[in-house]
Write a protein that binds this ligand. Structure first.
Ligand SMILES: Cc1cc2nc3c(=O)[nH]c(=O)nc-3n(C[C@H](O)[C@H](O)[C@H](O)COP(=O)(O)OP(=O)(O)OC[C@H]3O[C@@H](n4cnc5c(N)ncnc54)[C@H](O)[C@@H]3O)c2cc1C
Length: 438
């Protein structure tokens, strides 16, 4: 595929992602060949499919994973590394079984799941509960943010801790955002390593993992399903699609049930020594409010990972996007102006959005499910929902999960969100930032 198109679609090789560096891409899993059988087949090995496979294997369910490329190739190997322990819309839970009580309790217990799974299974994914800090320029913006997130505390999910100018300076090393709100349970993770660590763990627990094995057809065989790939097939009782924003044409229901949005991310080379005590010395994940144009993480290699939405038609343009992030860095940390910061990696990936601010768990036929559309907060919700769906499959309770099983309805204008965000909101926000308004 033409490189420019690959950047526009978020389909550049995952080896470009900073998360594959410096350790390199993970081991390659073998292609499926010949006919086999399993209890459950998981299609797609991102954070959702990998967590699902790990928890299915842990529960003793004979599981086969089919991945078109290799685990972590999709959004999960390309994201910005923020662990966001939040829910966006509590109202939505009113239509959940028991008004969402069970789900909210599970969320409360597991909102640190990337850290917990990494610790439990010895996954070396740089998962650190370093806090999620939102910075604001004015008290008014801080008040509005606190009001907007008050529901989290009311529901007993997460405290919103207001930070003053001195605390912000201590954590971030800048006076540019004198007001802040901290969520202590947030932090960072290398999502590529987490995905591959979960897949390795699933394999250790008995799951069969196949890379370069695109699922190309699904046919009913009595009460079972046969999934075919180019060189083999698996006969299974249950099939779960975890294909998110990268669906192929095997299951039409999952091709048009979401709004795709391409995002970019970049990693700088490790910060020069003199900047290490200057830029985010406290190590937290940093976002800005009311407009989060420069979400930023500092990882264990002291690299800065920044991300946003690319300019229309310019997703390939690493330098343009790097320079615009660098200009912001220079403004926020003036000490960075005279010290060279190099671009190490630049890549794009595709997010899958829905109208609802919650991922979808779908049933397309008896025994055929989908788990996907995690928008830009998959690092917590994808492993969590993978775990919960695995429990549903392992105990045959898919119809009494703590969230609704839905039909995958096509959205009417799939490009709507990209148009709104990429063509209207982000350019307006960039202009406002240039003029010093945000
Ligand atoms: C640039 C960017 C920044 C982001 N930042 C954050 C962040 O900071 N924090 C956060 O929480 N979230 C973030 N997200 C969102 C997060 O990455 C996603 O929500 C999450 O990775 C989705 O995981 P998934 O398993 O659903 O999908 P994916 O990781 O996309 O996996 C889907 C997989 O399915 C495979 N597949 C498709 N069709 C087939 C088939 N027919 N057969 C076999 N395999 C198939 C694909 O190859 C792919 O590997 C970001 C996303 C992007 C792109």
């Amino acid at each position: 595929m033409n490189q420019r198109i690959a950047f526009e679609r978020g389909e550049v090789p995952v080896a470009l992602s900073g998360w594959t560096k410096p350790q390199g891409t993970a081991r390659e899993w073998p292609m499926l060949t010949g006919d086999s059988a399993a209890d459950a087949v998981v299609i797609g090995a991102g954070l959702a499919g990998s967590s699902l496979a790990l928890h299915l294997a842990d529960a003793g369910v004979a599981t086969t994973v089919l991945e078109s490329r290799q685990p972590g190739w999709g959004a999960s190997g390309r994201n910005a590394g923020h662990v966001l322990p939040l829910l966006r819309d509590l109202k939505l839970f009113e239509r959940f079984p028991d008004g969402g009580k069970r789900f909210l309790e599970l969320f409360r217990q597991h909102l640190t799941i990337p850290f917990d799974l990494s610790a439990k299974h010895g996954i070396d994914s740089d998962a650190v509960r370093s806090g999620y800090i939102n910075g604001m320029k004015t008290r008014k913006a801080q008040d509005a943010f606190l009001r907007q997130h008050a529901y989290l505390e009311q529901a007993g999910i997460q405290r919103s801790i207001a930070l003053d100018a001195a605390q912000m300076k201590e954590r971030l090393g800048t006076t540019a955002y004198p007001f802040g709100v901290l969520f202590e349970d947030g932090g960072r993770v290398n999502p590529y390593l987490l995905t591959n660590g979960m897949i390795e763990t699933a394999a250790r627990l008995g799951a069969k993992i196949h890379g370069n094995s695109e699922a190309i057809s699904l046919e009913r065989v009595g009460t079972q399903w046969r999934v075919r790939t180019a060189q083999g097939s698996v006969l299974a009782n249950r099939v779960v699609f975890c294909t998110a924003a990268y669906p192929t044409d095997i299951e039409p229901a999952f091709q048009r049930a979401f709004y795709p949005l391409t995002a970019f991310a970049l990693a700088t080379a490790p910060l020069p020594e003199e900047l290490q005590s200057v830029v985010i010395p406290g190590g937290g994940t940093f976002a800005q409010a009311p407009i989060d144009l420069n979400p930023m993480v500092r990882d264990r290699h002291n690299r800065l990972i920044l991300s946003s939405i690319p300019r229309r038609g310019r997703a390939y343009d690493a330098q343009w996007h790097f320079q615009s992030q660098l200009a912001w860095l220079h403004k926020v940390w003036p000490e960075t102006r005279n010290v060279p910061i190099e671009l190490e990696s630049y890549w794009t990936g595709r997010v899958a959005m829905r109208d609802a601010q919650f991922p979808g768990v779908f049933e397309v036929d008896s025994g055929v499910y989908g788990l996907m559309y995690f928008n830009a907060w998959g690092n917590v919700l994808a492993p969590l929902m993978g775990m919960l769906v695995a429990q549903g499959l392992a105990t045959d309770t898919m119809h009494s999960l703590p969230f609704p099983l839905e039909r995958a309805e096509p959205v009417t204008r799939p490009q709507k969100q990209a148009w709104l965000i990429q063509d209207i909101l982000i350019p307006l926000a960039r202009t406002a930032q240039r003029l010093g308004m945000v």
